[in-house]
Design a protein around this ligand. Structure first.
Ligand SMILES: Cc1cc2nc3c(=O)[nH]c(=O)nc-3n(C[C@H](O)[C@H](O)[C@H](O)COP(=O)(O)O)c2cc1C
Length: 180
């Protein structure tokens, strides 16, 4: 019998939600906002994936999700994270995983990064102020490299570099998991 997958997400401006829904559509799973998810439903799924956004170098809501899973005696099967930095920033992404995941999670929890973008229009006041300050600092940073100059320009306004193609590694992992 096909295993049932629950994709729990935390999303403020919609990128992570969109990726969760794309993963659900592609795999016949269910995408659910973690805020609205009643732990009672978890036991009807074989695979639980958690998705959230990068927030100033941290994976937003990861501690809360860990606590929730622990309280329910469950382990997430995989994790995905969306962020403004492109997928090609492999060194920064590797560092980000090392800074956010425990040694056990790094070794045993499949984790996937999906580039998304920035949406100033949907950000809350605090986030918008933080991002605007960061963008201002980057713009006025002395001796920027070419990459940093490009980055400073891109984060000054909203952009969307998300694409359905970035769910593929996770979908492939999930499909392999389902035949195991
Ligand atoms: C205050 C703030 C800090 C952010 N920090 C990072 C970061 O450290 N790295 C990154 O790649 N993206 C960062 N982002 C971009 C978000 O991770 C990105 O827009 C994400 O996809 C938003 O997800 P959501 O639309 O599901 O809320 C930041 C965004 C905000 C508003």
């Amino acid at each position: 019998m096909k295993k049932k997958t629950l994709i729990l997400y935390k999303s403020k401006t919609g990128f992570t939600k969109r990726y969760a829904e794309l993963i659900a559509a592609e795999t016949g799973g269910t995408a659910m906002d973690i805020k609205k998810a009643a732990p009672a439903v978890f036991s009807s799924f074989d695979t639980i994936i958690f998705g959230s956004r990068m927030h100033a170098g941290r994976i937003d809501g990861l501690d809360d999700a860990r606590n929730l899973f622990q309280k329910c005696g469950l382990k997430p099967s995989a994790l995905f994270v969306t962020g403004a930095m492109p997928n090609t920033e492999t060194q920064t992404i590797t560092k980000m995983w090392e800074n956010n995941l425990t040694a056990e999670e790094l070794a045993g929890l499949p984790h996937f990064y999906m580039q998304s973008g920035l949406c100033y229009e949907k950000m809350g006041f605090f986030d918008k102020t933080m991002m605007k300050m960061f963008a201002f600092m980057m713009k006025h940073k002395k001796g920027k490299s070419l990459d940093e100059s490009r980055f400073a320009k891109s984060i000054a306004s909203s952009y969307d570099i998300s694409s359905e193609e970035y769910i593929r590694p996770l979908v492939k992992w999930l499909q392999d998991e389902q035949v195991r």
